[in-house]
Ligand binder design. Structure first.
Ligand SMILES: Cc1ncc(COP(=O)(O)O)c(C=O)c1O
Length: 293
């Protein structure tokens, strides 16, 4: 890789220089091991930033992908799909939610949650509730909406103005209660364990208080379990250790073990028929169907 001059980053062989990439090119992997072009082996502690939950070269995953690629790749979301309802039903059973909307990434799952919250406020006759609450240290993604919920000013500054978000210090119940009452946001977004913010678990007391306060103020409670979910902490969702069920939960990263896939799951009444009909407007046309069993 060419050395980076200070100032504007160069275009690296046709790829926009959005990340400070390492020079190593990995060409194969097995389990927790990666191999580079020179045949050197590395123990993979990064797992694609928390994505490759089954390791590299998993035999069953590889076989399922090969079979499906040969059978049928994509049919759009205008048609029912052999596997999407099975996966959605399983995810709902694991999370206590009623319905799933599949996406291609975590950021899109959060976009879905943002739009769902706005739609809920309109349906309830409070369309003026357009703003959001999120936590200091939060990372919810880099699309414009998800970036609005991401706290680090270095990520946000080049793209302002973003959606209106007010920040709460983690575990500060008084600050949360005051902001919910005075600002009347559409939704509160939180990661039960902050990931990019530095592996910071929220206390059970704060998670339970957030649930109670959101109920009292009619605020949609969204848990982003994109880092902490899918069994990483021993239960399917990290918040399940504290007996807390949100209104909406977002998943991605390890969900498809390395394929781009996310999900926004909602419980009733947020996932009712009307809500689902509205969700159709949410995202991209590719918005994926799980393509393998
Ligand atoms: C908690 C959390 N939410 C959302 C995202 C965004 O997910 P994606 O990179 O798939 O858009 C991330 C990514 O690191 C994350 O850690």
């Amino acid at each position: 890789m060419a050395e980076r001059p200070t100032g504007a980053p160069p275009i690296e062989a046709g790829v926009m220089a959005t990340y400070a990439r390492q020079g190593d090119v990995f060409v194969s992997g097995g389990g927790a091991t990666l191999r580079d072009r020179a045949g050197r082996e590395f123990l993979d502690f990064l797992t694609g930033i928390g994505v490759c939950a089954l390791g590299h070269g998993h035999a069953r995953l590889t076989a399922a992908l090969q079979d499906q690629a040969a059978a049928l790749l994509h049919t759009s979301n205008l048609f029912r799909h052999e596997y999407s309802e099975t996966v959605a039903t399983r995810l709902c059973a694991h999370t206590g939610m009623a319905a799933a909307f599949f996406t291609n990434s975590g950021a899109e799952a959060n976009e879905c949650a943002l739009k769902l919250a706005r739609k809920v406020m309109r349906q309830r006759g409070t369309p003026e509730r357009t703003s959001f609450l999120a936590l200091e240290g939060a990372f919810h993604g880099r699309t414009l909406g998800a970036l609005s919920l991401t706290h680090d000013p270095r990520h946000r500054a080049p793209f302002e103005p973003l959606l209106s978000t007010h920040w709460i210090p983690p575990d500060d119940v008084d600050a949360l209660a005051a902001a919910l009452r005075s600002r009347r946001p559409a939704a509160l977004f939180l990661e039960p364990i902050q990931g990019e913010g530095g592996i910071r678990p929220l206390s059970g007391a704060f998670l339970r208080a957030a649930r109670t306060l959101c109920d009292a103020t009619g605020t949609v409670l969204v848990h982003d379990e994109i880092q902490s979910g899918c069994g990483r902490t021993g239960s399917f969702l990290a918040a399940q250790h504290h007996g807390v069920t949100p209104d909406v939960v977002t998943l991605a990263k390890p969900l498809a073990a390395g394929l781009p896939m996310g999900a926004c799951l909602a419980r009733r009444p947020f996932a009712d028929v009307r809500g689902l009909d509205l969700l159709r407007e949410v995202l991209t046309h590719l918005a994926s169907e799980p393509q393998t069993s």
